[in-house]
Each structure stands twice: as C-alpha cells, then as structure tokens.
Design a protein around this ligand. Structure first.
Ligand SMILES: Nc1ncnc2c1ncn2[C@@H]1O[C@H](COP(=O)(O)OP(=O)(O)OP(=O)(O)O)[C@@H](O)[C@H]1O
Length: 253
C-alpha cells in the first residue's frame, strides 16, 4: 500500500540572492487531500512550490515525493513521476488548439492520435472547455488558460498538483467553479497543494493548511485549528506587500 504522506520535506533550506527564503522547513502533505499553503506576502509560498516542482534547487535538506528523494530533479522528470506545477498563466506559444494541447497530455498514456483526441474531448467536457476545443489556446482568457492547464494535467494523469495562485484574478463565479473542480479532482484521488492568499476560498477548499512566515513553517493542521493559532494571527497582523517582489518577479520565474 502507498504511504499516506505523499510529500515530505526535512530541514529544507533555500537561498535566493544570498538570502534565506526557506528556513529549515519540515512538512508533510497527505495523499488524496487538498492542502492550502498560506502566509503573508513574501513568506516563501511560491519558493516552496518552486522547490517541490524542480524549478528551484534547495541548498540543504531533503524533499521526498512518494518516498523518493527528488531534490535537484528537473521539472520534466517530476512531471513523469506525476507531479504537475501550475503557476500564473504565461504567454501561450504556437498555434495549437485547446484540443491539441489536452491531447498532448493524453499521449503520455494513450496510444494513437485519435485515441488521444477522444480522451482530450472527454477531459475538456469535465473541465468545462468543450465549447473552446477548436480555439487557439493562445486566444483564451487567463481564467480559461487556468482551466486548460488543469485539463492538461488531468490528461497526463498527474496525481500531485502544485497550484500557485490558481484563484488569483478570477471572478467570483470562476473562483466558485475552480473550488468545486479542485474538490471534484480530489474526490477522484488527486492530491493538491495550493499556495493561496484568498482566505475565504481556502476555508472552502482545504482539508489541511500549512502556514509559512518569513520562510519558516509556523503552523500546520486542520483549517479550524490553524486559524485559532496565535502564531498565525501574529503572522497576518504583520502582513505587508513584499517590497522585493515587484523588482524581481515570482520566485519560480
Ligand atoms: N528570484 C528571486 N531572487 C531573490 N529573491 C527572491 C526571488 N523571488 C522571490 N524572492 C524573495 O523570496 C521571498 C519569498 O518569495 P515568494 O515569492 O516565495 O513569496 P510568496 O509567499 O509566494 O509571496 P506572495 O504571496 O506575494 O506570492 C521574498 O522575500 C521574495 O522577495
């Protein structure tokens, strides 16, 4: 039987520009649950997802996914292990249609182009993209590009989603759709670790919460218990925009 812990880090440290961005982070993410990674601006949420997805290399400690030490593995190798990072939508390249993009993911598991397209149609229906199948992916609005990223991950049969700000910039109805879809994917066995700043949505979607402050994990557990933790109140009381962010861009860039 597979262990209940799908992601574990131990004394994980990351430095960027000579500054400690993750400081001895020790955490565990349970399989088949939605875990929200929260904390004030600049706490290190994106940086942590950057390390777990292979986009950033830690300077110390271990990162285990499915019991394997994956520190230093490339994003591509981690994709093959079923780990999918989805960050803010970047500029879409090329002229592929939505259907072709999803089919590319399906081709990891399905033999033949027609079978991959059929699979793409099925996944698109599930992710509410059935009316966009023949549009160029590059022409989609950011909210639909987020759906497309999820659809590609589902088609690839990813089983661990690392979502960085998936709810950011969405309308209220798109957020509600996204929250329901994440719960739906979880019901099918997906594990989700999502860095999020929109706290009312965190309460609706998360089974577990991890709280980072200044690169340190200051709390983890069930949402109602974590929300009553005085250390968490303290972290949010000092919440200010991260002055380094505008100049540098996201940690995983
Ligand atoms: N490329 C970089 N080089 C140097 N420092 C960086 C880089 N990217 C991020 N940082 C710094 O690392 C720290 C953690 O940033 P990170 O983006 O992980 O925070 P965050 O919790 O995701 O914040 P937010 O909620 O604003 O997205 C911040 O102090 C940030 O300024």
């Amino acid at each position: 039987m597979k262990p209940d812990i799908i992601v574990a880090t131990h004394v994980l440290n990351l430095q960027l520009d000579g500054r400690a961005v993750l400081d001895n982070v020790r955490l565990a993410v349970s399989r088949g649950r939605v875990t929200a990674l929260v904390g004030p601006a600049g706490a290190g949420k994106s940086a942590l997802l950057g390390v777990l997805s292979g986009n950033l290399s830690p300077c110390g400690g271990s990162v285990e996914i499915e019991g394997r030490n994956v520190a230093g593995m490339s994003p591509h190798v981690l994709n093959r292990l079923g780990v999918q990072y989805i960050g803010p939508p970047g500029p879409e390249q090329g002229a592929r249609t939505v259907r072709e993009c999803i089919a590319l993911g399906a081709q990891w598991h399905v033999r033949g182009h027609h079978a991959a397209l059929a699979q793409a149609d099925e996944v698109a229906r599930r992710l509410g993209l059935e009316f966009h199948l023949h549009k160029a992916a590059a022409s989609l609005q950011p909210a639909l590009r987020k759906r497309l990223a999820l659809a590609s991950a589902v088609a690839r049969r990813a089983h661990l989603l690392l979502l960085d700000g998936i709810l950011a910039g969405l309308s209220a109805s798109e957020r509600a759709w996204m929250v329901a879809t994440i719960r739906d994917l979880r019901a099918d066995g997906m594990t989700v670790l999502m860095a999020e700043r929109i706290m009312p949505c965190v309460a609706k979607v998360a089974d577990d919460v991890l709280v980072l402050e200044d690169g340190k994990l200051i709390a983890q557990g069930l949402p109602h218990a974590v929300s009553r933790d005085p250390a968490v109140f303290g972290a949010y009381a000092g919440n200010r925009p991260d002055p380094g962010r505008a100049a540098r861009g996201p940690a995983h860039a």
